[in-house]
Design a protein around this ligand. Sequence first.
Ligand code: AMP
Ligand code: MG
Length: 282
Amino acid sequence: MMDYFDKFLVAPDSKVDLGKVDPDFKDKHESHKSALPEIQAYSEKLGELQHLMYAENKRSLLICLQGRDAAGKDGTINHVLGAVNPQGCTVTGFKVPSKEEAAHDFLWRCHKAVPAKGQFAIFNRSHYEDVLVVRVHNLVPKKIWERRFDHINAFEELLHDNDTHILKFFLHISPDEELRRFKERIDDPARQWKISEADYAERPYWDAYTEAFEDALGKCSKKHAPWFVIPANHKWFRNLAISKILCEYLTALDMKYPEPTVNLEDIKKKYHQAEKTESELE
Ligand code: AMP
Ligand code: MG
């Protein structure tokens, strides 16, 4: 069943209006506490599905996380990663491009970080920054960033053709919630280090970012690389929604453990018969 997958999916090639999505949405759940059993069940299920992908070693999963400052990208990674075996997963954060990165095309640094077969890869920010922050702050001319939607779609199609499954999540928070989270950081010694003036400096650009996100989501949500808008004012609901979508999607892949490469009966006879005799002798 593709319950949350369908509910939060951005229809391919559609016009997105983020104003129509309630960032406070929490479905039928009253509170974190009442949703906890479901959150835990999906977490466990996700761990099993990742193990299956790892064992199968045929395809991979790329998860892209985008959102404004304090939208919860780090928290999502903490939650999603908490459920999976670190051996089967990589996480890459994308910051202001380094000198070397800036000397290449914008997809170069992202292509290097896509998942190998059997692996999950999480992008904390992604190639989409090059049509978001870059657009909002005019870091390159419009005629350059405009072409990037096509480049991104072609890039993601290439990954898909190579059996990389792609799921992209936009964490949707309200301006008030962002400010509340900034304030919370100021008052929490364990999180004060995260505060930068740059975060506050981005707030006047809220609407410009909204427009950029809406364009990117609408132009680049494809059947093989869908975008989801996740109501993210409630952190627990965000975690539930993303884990559930991942589980729905990965379950539908109907992955199978590989057949053993040895004859199990022969192995048992050869190596375990003696053990039995020994224990019987005791
Ligand atoms: P943070 O995620 O808080 O560590 O911040 C990373 C910063 O790098 C954000 O302000 C991003 O907008 C910025 N960033 C990421 N990718 C790019 C890019 N391609 N060009 C310019 N700035 C970027
Ligand atoms: Mg930041």
